[in-house]
Design a protein around this ligand. Sequence first.
Ligand SMILES: Cc1cc2nc3c(=O)[nH]c(=O)nc-3n(C[C@H](O)[C@H](O)[C@H](O)COP(=O)(O)OP(=O)(O)OC[C@H]3O[C@@H](n4cnc5c(N)ncnc54)[C@H](O)[C@@H]3O)c2cc1C
Length: 431
Amino acid sequence: MTRGASVVVIGGGWAGCSAAVAAVKAGARVTLLERTDMLLGAGLSGGIMRNNGRYTAAEEAAAMGAGDLFAITDAHSIHTNVSFPGHEHASLYDITTIEPPVRSALEHLGVTVLTQRRIISVRVEGDTVLSVGTADGETWEAGAFVDATGSAGPMGSCTKHGNGCAMCMFRCPSFGPRQGVTKLAGAREIALEGPRPAPGVFSGSCDLIKTSLSREIVSKLDRDGVAVVPLPRSFINKSKLSSKACQQYALDAYAENLVVLDNGHAKIMTPYFPLEHLRQVPGFECARYAEPLAGGKGNSVRYLSIAERDDTLKVIGLANLFCCGEKCGPYVGHTEAILTGAVAGRNAAAAAAGAGLLRLTRNTVTGDLIAVALDERPSAARFSSTLTFAGGAFFERMKERGLYTTDARLIRSRVRSEGLEGVFGRPVTAP
Ligand SMILES: Cc1cc2nc3c(=O)[nH]c(=O)nc-3n(C[C@H](O)[C@H](O)[C@H](O)COP(=O)(O)OP(=O)(O)OC[C@H]3O[C@@H](n4cnc5c(N)ncnc54)[C@H](O)[C@@H]3O)c2cc1C
């Protein structure tokens, strides 16, 4: 493969998909390498978009020219404007059908998408990454690379720091463990050490097969997108709240009830729930887990491998490696992955073309999210909590700084006044 204005993105979750879109729109030739047989990674579960500050972020992305993937999640939303405890105006995309449209959109834009390509080696000369390679000897050279390998798993981490492999959508036993390019290239990774005794946090929700629930719950989900089912007192366990990745759902309402959302499956907002207890909850007598398959016992453990990077999302110590999504900070969310992916992809294309790197200002919610993780990382070089537009400390900060709004016109005019309107829609140019 030719060097020059070419970019290789490793990891096809929302962050990697977004990096690929941004890099191709910036003018690079782009190859996206994913280790499993499907794109979207953790985005194959979840589906909650536009809740709380994520609405502002999605509109900001559109104003900056990075709205392509949000247009797809909007088009595939089965519910919009849903409210559930602590969350307003959420939409829920259908996790069972979202992947093929994303893959075809990427290919339509000109991204070469290659699945079942697990990168296990990186060739570095000085501070420059030259190529990445798979176990069976395929290699890709490029002018710049994006590490979008996420932070979930591998199986050994879930065993060591969690309750064992829960058989989640990452399917490590079949496709091999996650491996970060940053670490393979010799740069530093940082772990999140939150309130749990072990590093990392559990993924905060599970998907049940919708048809395994009672007709009453299914029709409520079909109609409203949400059902809040009170738990018997003996099953209320508030200590589980602090172990989850999504601290925006660490509210008592999530310990006292089963909050169920319709994302194509029935998403329960709890990291795991013993099946024998779940089946004692009215309406859940026949419940079965869809994702993770062993959701009665555990869930994936995440945030053990965050790259050390600067505010352009360039990995510290390497001239042409960028990172995004869970790889670039303790960020929870599809929206957070898409927006950081846009910055990393655009900057990788710029680095490959010899053009200047983009630093989003702190007057954008994306720029502030990227900067806050740098402010918050203590000298002990670990993170202590996750960050998201959807709740917790960062959403409070958005409100305090007057950045949270659902007024699309206001968001666009803010983006325009920062000189960033359409910035992700234009090719980068070298001086
Ligand atoms: C169960 C669950 C439910 C969630 N629910 C929601 C929700 O409703 N709404 C929301 O906004 N967020 C939700 N989240 C969080 C959100 O999904 C993630 O924060 C976000 O999608 C992470 O995206 P990413 O691209 O950074 O990482 P990932 O999605 O982890 O993607 C990384 C990709 O890299 C690949 N990869 C890893 N190593 C290699 C390698 N060496 N070579 C090639 N490929 C590699 C992996 O296979 C994977 O596809 C949920 C997460 C989980 C786990």
